[in-house]
Ligand binder design. Structure first.
Ligand code: NAD
Length: 311
């Protein structure tokens, strides 16, 4: 039986994710959006792409018809507003909270066994809304942020060293915001720590650029935020789940004591497989890294507290 992925929000990230899933023939895709016919239009366009791109994944699109999500293995939620210049991710909180609440409830009743991959911002806070309103176990509510932030870190390392993008591995932990925590010690080029290949000043500059990576693109696009890399990151997570690959990736997951953080979604390395989050990998951090991670967690906690006040 073909696997099935529902993508809620047929905008830039959602439609790009749908295209990638089809191109990789990972699953059939159902697109759902609140705007009349937009999901159907994009699904038809992607279906007409199939003979050219040579895929057989079926893509369909619907307006607010959540019954179509029935039987989904994964649901990628991108519904909500995106940033514009001058906005922080946190500025999206009140609007996207209401959207995420409704979407999570709809999906929970239509596809109760699905694994949720949350993309909408502010990411960590939206994961809390999705967990609470879906009623799903924590293993099946996973936020996409660390993989994207790590890809940005990798790209900047490759650009700086003038080397292939292929050989770089990096880790960015923490919340998906200005307080994210790139970890140069665990970032390597073909197994060589980048600390061996770059000066501390260069690494600091790359770390800072990574923290501002989203804003840099918003500043250039002006009418929205990044979507190619975000969509790819969400699809790589989907692939790891659908193929039970047990890949180790930085994902935003609900911590209950790990890393000394309690009852909070935050980015840490996890094992992703058919059951969703199959393990939270505990890596040793220096005191400085711990301090930065806890500062990031405190920023996420403030947003979670703000949401309680907004209710
Ligand atoms: P977009 O505006 O292109 O698309 C969003 C889509 O959601 C629109 O088509 C809109 O009609 C739809 N939508 C709004 N309310 C809805 C609802 N109630 N039900 C169904 N659909 C609804 O935005 P985008 O660039 O695709 O970004 C989507 C979200 O992802 C934003 O919140 C953005 O900030 C976030 N994002 C997160 C990351 C990350 O790293 N986690 C990266 C990029 C974007």
């Amino acid at each position: 039986m073909a696997r099935k992925v529902t993508v809620v929000g047929a905008g830039n990230v959602g439609a790009t994710a749908a295209m990638l899933i089809a191109e990789m023939e990972l699953a059939d895709v159902v697109l759902i959006d609140v705007i009349e016919d937009i999901a159907a239009g994009k699904a038809l366009d992607l279906t007409e792409t199939a003979p050219l791109a040579r895929y057989d994944s079926r893509i369909t699109g619907f307006t607010n018809d959540y019954a179509r999500a029935e039987g989904s293995d994964c649901v990628i939620i991108t519904a909500g507003l995106a940033r514009r210049p001058g906005m922080s991710r946190d500025d999206l909180l009140s609007t996207n909270m209401v959207i995420m609440r409704a979407v999570a409830r709809e999906i929970a009743s239509a596809a109760p066994d699905a694994i949720l991959i949350i993309v909408s911002n502010p990411l960590d806070a939206m994961c809390h809304v999705a967990l609470e309103n879906s009623g799903f176990p924590k293993e099946r509510v996973i936020g996409m942020a660390g993989l994207l932030d790590s890809a940005r870190f990798c790209a900047f390392i490759a650009m700086e060293l003038d080397i292939s993008m292929e050989d770089i591995q990096s880790f960015v932990l923490g919340g998906h915001g200005d307080t994210m925590v790139p970890v140069p010690r665990y970032s390597t080029v073909a197994g060589i720590p980048i600390t061996e290949m770059m000066t501390a000043e260069k690494i600091n500059a790359i770390t800072e650029r990574t923290r501002n990576g989203g804003a840099e693109i918003v500043g250039l696009l002006k009418t929205g935020s990044a979507y190619y890399a975000p969509a790819y990151a969400a699809v790589r997570m989907t692939e790891a789940i659908l193929k039970d690959k047990k890949r180790i990736m930085p994902c935003t997951v609900y911590l209950e004591g790990e890393y000394g953080i309690n009852n909070l979604f935050i980015g840490v390395p996890v094992k992703l497989g058919a059951k969703g989050v199959e393990e939270i990998i505990k890596i040793r951090l220096t005191d400085e890294e711990k301090k930065t991670l806890h500062a990031s967690a405190a920023a996420v906690q403030r947003l979670v507290d703000d949401m309680k006040r907004l209710r």
